[in-house]
Design a protein around this ligand. Structure first.
Ligand SMILES: Cc1cc2nc3c(=O)[nH]c(=O)nc-3n(C[C@H](O)[C@H](O)[C@H](O)COP(=O)(O)OP(=O)(O)OC[C@H]3O[C@@H](n4cnc5c(N)ncnc54)[C@H](O)[C@@H]3O)c2cc1C
Length: 422
């Protein structure tokens, strides 16, 4: 049968976890590093710089932190969230109806264009005729950047637009993107010849290719074709909104992991920067109470960006409750189960979902929990699939952050959390 006639739900994930490239765009990705998040750099004239910039060839977080902040992350939350000088729970007083949350990101970038502080913004729109297929866009006018509001929750080759930036003689640029994109951009920043660069980061984890996004929706939603918005919320549920305004909520624990196994690219499973620690400011949600956005102001430039958007915002309170460290030993034990194992029985899932919602970590503690879980999972992924890469792709802050779990890790896996110095 001709494969192209099959619906996404019949196709299954587009690739296996062991695959070394993103098969859904296999040809375009030939000659890339083994781990590739399709950031777009290799589509640009800067491809020759890939080996010195790519986070999946050599993670340069510490060196870039030194350049940006004059030091590396040292203490407590800095290790998990990256260095920041202030953090807020905030949202737009007048939310953008198409925004992912309230639209702080696109509003801020539009303001930069309105006030002529930048000549262009690299942002992510949707490919024509699709709702969610990411298409990088070089916005020159405020309305162009506002039109890109809302997540296209799949890999987006945003850095390929650096060619257009150069060709159009743009010297003052704002960039909106995920942490892998931001790492490459920062690594190359001194060579780009820009007079000004503003980096607006969004947190990101477990991204997927567009075909796998479509497949994911077929496995999760009662009506995948009509989903207009979805987000992995702080109450351990996926919230989906449909064209007719109706909503759907799916507990994370109810995800059919046996059928989702294989949708996450090896690169995303080898990523250690959930919070986008090299941006000027990060705008997400996961450290804020439900309904609010979480803003981390990192650099002096980030502070000026925040002051620019401040009048358009209202503020809530950052809170923190629960104790992630109690659940972590069980989580570490769970990492020994084969990936893609079947879900627990219905009643167990119901109980776990209830406990997560009512007693689970909330606010900043939720962000700490989620970040630490992903660090642990990804460290183990690199160790099992790409052991020779560990020294190059796992940054120091991972071992420091996870040090409190070293004993449990050693007991469960029979090897030390921090590799011995040879
Ligand atoms: C794949 C993905 C995973 C995310 N995971 C988390 C998470 O786990 N925790 C968390 O706190 N936040 C996460 N975010 C960020 C969060 O969902 C919101 O995008 C962010 O809070 C901004 O909301 P907003 O209303 O201010 O943005 P809007 O004003 O609606 O603007 C959204 C901006 O996101 C950009 N964008 C959309 N899709 C992509 C893409 N594929 N790649 C790069 N940029 C894109 C657009 O350029 C646009 O400028 C994720 C975002 C993405 C794209």
């Amino acid at each position: 049968m001709n494969e192209t006639l099959l619906a996404p739900e019949d196709l299954g994930p587009s690739k296996g976890l062991d695959a070394i490239a993103l098969l859904s765009s296999e040809e375009r990705l030939q000659g890339r590093p083994k781990l590739c998040s399709d950031c777009g750099l290799c589509d640009s004239g800067l491809k020759a710089k890939m080996s010195s910039a790519c986070i999946f060839v050599r993670n340069q977080t510490e060196a870039i932190e030194q350049r940006l902040y004059g030091r590396t992350a040292q203490v407590k939350d800095e290790l998990r969230f990256g260095i920041y000088r202030a953090q807020y729970a905030a949202r737009c007083l007048r939310p953008h109806p198409k925004a992912q949350w309230s639209g702080i990101v696109t509003r801020l970038a539009a303001r930069l264009l309105e006030q002529d502080q930048v000549e262009a913004v690299i942002t992510t729109g949707a490919a024509p005729g699709t709702r969610f297929k990411a298409e990088p866009a070089l916005a020159r006018f405020p309305e162009e950047v506002l039109a890109t509001a809302g997540n296209k929750p799949c890999l987006s080759p945003n850095l390929r637009l650096l060619d257009q930036v150069r060709d159009q003689g743009i010297k003052r640029l704002a960039f909106i993107g995920t942490s892998c994109q931001v790492h490459m951009l920062r690594a190359l920043e001194p060579e780009l010849g820009l007079e000004r660069l503003y980096v607006i980061g969004i947190p990101c984890s477990d991204n997927v290719t567009y075909p796998d996004l479509e497949y994911f929706l077929t496995q999760i939603s009662r009506s995948p074709q009509t989903v207009v918005h979805y987000e992995f919320m702080q109450d351990f549920r996926l919230w989906l909104r449909h064209e007719d305004g109706s909503s759907e909520r799916v507990n994370f624990i109810d995800f059919p992991m046996d059928r989702l196994h294989g949708i996450f690219p090896s690169a995303c499973l080898s990523c250690f920067d959930y919070a986008n620690r090299l941006s000027d400011l990060t705008i997400g949600y996961m450290g804020a109470p439900l309904g609010w956005q979480w803003v981390l102001v990192r650099t002096e430039i980030g502070e000026s960006l925040f002051e620019l958007i401040r009048p358009a915002l209202e503020f809530g309170e950052l809170t923190s409750s629960g104790d992630r460290t109690r659940a972590m030993p069980r989580y570490i034990q769970g990492l020994t189960r084969p990936p893609g194992a079947k879900r627990p029985p219905f009643l167990v899932r119901k109980l776990v979902a209830y406990l997560q919602r009512t007693r689970g970590s909330k606010g900043l503690e939720f962000a700490r929990a989620i970040i630490e879980m992903k660090l642990l999972r990804n460290l183990n992924y690199v160790r099992s699939k790409f052991p020779r890469f560990e020294a190059r792709v796992v940054p120091e802050h991972v071992y420091q952050t996870l040090a409190p779990y070293a004993e449990t890790y050693q007991t469960v896996f029979g090897r030390p959390l921090r590799p011995p110095v040879i």
